[in-house]
Design a protein around this ligand. Sequence first.
Ligand SMILES: Cc1cc2nc3c(=O)[nH]c(=O)nc-3n(C[C@H](O)[C@H](O)[C@H](O)COP(=O)(O)OP(=O)(O)OC[C@H]3O[C@@H](n4cnc5c(N)ncnc54)[C@H](O)[C@@H]3O)c2cc1C
Length: 468
Amino acid sequence: MTTTLPTTVVPRATEWLVSLAADLDGSLVLPGDPRWDAVRAAWQVAVDQQPAAVALVGSARDVVTVVRAARAAGLRVAAQSTGHNAGPLGDLSDTVLVRTGLLRDVTVDPVARTARVEAGAEWGDVTVAAGRHGLAALAGSSRDVGVAGYTLGGGLSWLARSHGLAANSVVALEVVTAGGRLIRVDATHDPDLFWALRGGGGSFGVVTALELRLFPIREVHAGILFFPVERAAEVLQAWREWLPGVPETVTSVGRILRFPPLPDLPPHLSGRSYVVVEAACQLDAEEADALLAPLRALGPSLDTFGPTPVTELGLLHMDPDGPVPAHGDGMLLDDLDEGAIAAFTGASAAAGPALLSLELRHLGGAVRRVDLAGGAVSAIDAGFALFAVGITPTPEASAAVRGAVRSVRSAMAPWSTGGCYLNFAEVARSGDELFGAATHDRLRAVKAAYDPADVIRSNHPVRPARGE
Ligand SMILES: Cc1cc2nc3c(=O)[nH]c(=O)nc-3n(C[C@H](O)[C@H](O)[C@H](O)COP(=O)(O)OP(=O)(O)OC[C@H]3O[C@@H](n4cnc5c(N)ncnc54)[C@H](O)[C@@H]3O)c2cc1C
């Protein structure tokens, strides 16, 4: 292990931590270390994380050491793989940030159709490894989203309407508890903890590995229909009317995109604005063509639909390739009527270039069916998940994006379910809003049983029940 003591006076708690971290396989980095800015940086680069220390853990054993040391030092612990959802974490000055990026092994068992995925793996690692065996995982839209945070928070994939949330595909989890014990939890071992971690987020322990179910899907028919942004209302109304006839094997997104002029973007995107329909169809070409016909009849300016290996679905949503300064937020909506689409397109027009993307993900199907063997969040009781996001390279841009996101949320309030999908919540939300009151109460009881002193913190914290 390597530890560089800062030249400034190290707080006593951190000294204690350093002494206990002497046998880490990875390293502990403290403020003042030349690596400090690199190791504390989140994928959301606008978030300025200033923890007490950063532990770059090199093994599950390291996580045990760090949790025990942090506890003994009176510090808290926050696990982070990529920092895609670092925004709501808040002040970290009393917290050791446990970064899992060195733990990226993925082992596929093609016979059992499972993958054991270390906690720092990104979705690209898993989809490629599973794809070699003709298998697919319930991966997020972006290759560099962390498997751990995404799955613990639910996990909406391009296969969601047929296969449900990624949290439901978890077979077992390896977890370091707040007490510093490494345990493997599944349906029969620590079932309450297993339940809480599947959808309840990262408040219950530091996950060191996930065992996930895989599915025999090699290829889908996927693509994007691009239309000029001026046709947003017409195209999204047509998409809304198309959705009731769509089978569960089709997951689609209706979206308004306003790309800034950037040299890294392809010419058809740089500085251009579109309304698009993206979809992944587990159908053969003929069936997909028949299904897409009413949307194609609208005359898209670009149509990219075609046979797509599942390993390439991580490109479909056109998410950024690497860290960006951005702010986004989401909400859950009931089934949409004509007025909802009008409000949505109106809010987009009012926001203008402040919002790079304003999207509606079609839910329903297996996403809406409660899985009785599932975890805290096994289904989302909503018709659509909305997400609005803009790029925030300057304070002025940040203010404009935050204002635009708020305006979208208030324009869509009449169709809100009152809930919010944890992974699309990039600002603090109440537990009742994220989980519903009954599930939140049960999560708080599990938290009290496994972490009564609230050592483990999450971006969307569940506080221990206090027996009130
Ligand atoms: C470009 C982009 C695309 C996205 N696409 C999708 C999508 O298609 N579908 C979807 O559902 N969501 C999507 N999201 C949202 C994404 O799922 C969340 O941001 C999620 O929290 C990211 O997980 P992470 O591990 O990368 O992030 P992190 O910020 O590293 O982690 C988020 C939280 O997860 C918990 N956590 C992480 N690792 C551990 C661990 N080892 N042990 C315990 N807790 C842990 C912690 O509470 C942490 O605060 C997207 C986000 C972005 C920015």
